[in-house]
Design a binder for this molecule. Sequence first.
Ligand code: PMV
Length: 303
Amino acid sequence: MLSDYTAHAKVILIGEHAVVYGADALCIPMLNLTLHAHVAYDEQGPILETEGYCGPFEQAPEIYNGIMYLFQELVVKRQQDTHCRLTLDSRIPMARGLGSSAASALATIKAFDQYFQLGLSEDGVTVLGNHAEDIVHGKASGLDFATVRSEKLVSFNRATGFNHIDGKLGAYLVIADTGAEGSTKEAVAMVRQQRDASEQNRERLDYLGVLSDQAAQAWVQQDVLKLGDICNQAQEILASFGVSTPMIDLLVDTAREAGALGAKLSGSGLGGVVIALTQTREQAQQVAQALSGKASGVWVEEL
Ligand code: PMV
């Protein structure tokens, strides 16, 4: 008996930091960047292991703790045969805001569910996934786990929860890795301190939330030019709060010079990834090529 599941990464389009204070955040599933879970019988089991890009579990103790929790819940507590091997093979770089732990959790749950024929409900998957994410991140919003399960744009608000936004934008997104980990905790604290320091800063941060609403509208109206401009405005505000870095600035400038309609950091900043919007596939390839000499990884998603 074998069991396989492939989960994808996610990236924030807009609304990072503002979401902490009640604004909406928009999040994009990255269908071309995936992680694969495989469960098989192994008489030396239980064995939990990783292979591929993300490296051994020793480099990701938090993710390991989340997976151990899922193993306990799905296998040990349900008195299943522990002679099994779970292998996670990930292409998703860790600690870049790409949802690698959420994708690990989802793929693990689904692969065990299939292997042991547990018949988990979708709600059951949500509860387990969110708990695994809490173990990895402290109290998580659930945004990552919702987006790695979705093939649609996801809108998230702390008070009202998730919405799936139908329809294609008719554009391309280039995602470039700075190669640096971004500390969400540090970035959130930096922004909070400045927000509390002056009314002007608070208004500037609130305007990020306005941009996020405008971005949702532009998506529905398939107004790619407008969305590009919104991304550029958001980058300016995020940079003014100090969460951009010289590497982020370099990738943003490179993308714009190569023809992107808009470019910004994505996620907490202080590292992580940069996203760039283009109208056509050819432009996306041009931007990706320009970025590939400078970034640690580049991916293209059709929106
Ligand atoms: O970098 P990520 O994907 O973990 O996103 C962080 C988003 C923030 O708005 C900066 C923090 C948060 O908790 O929403």
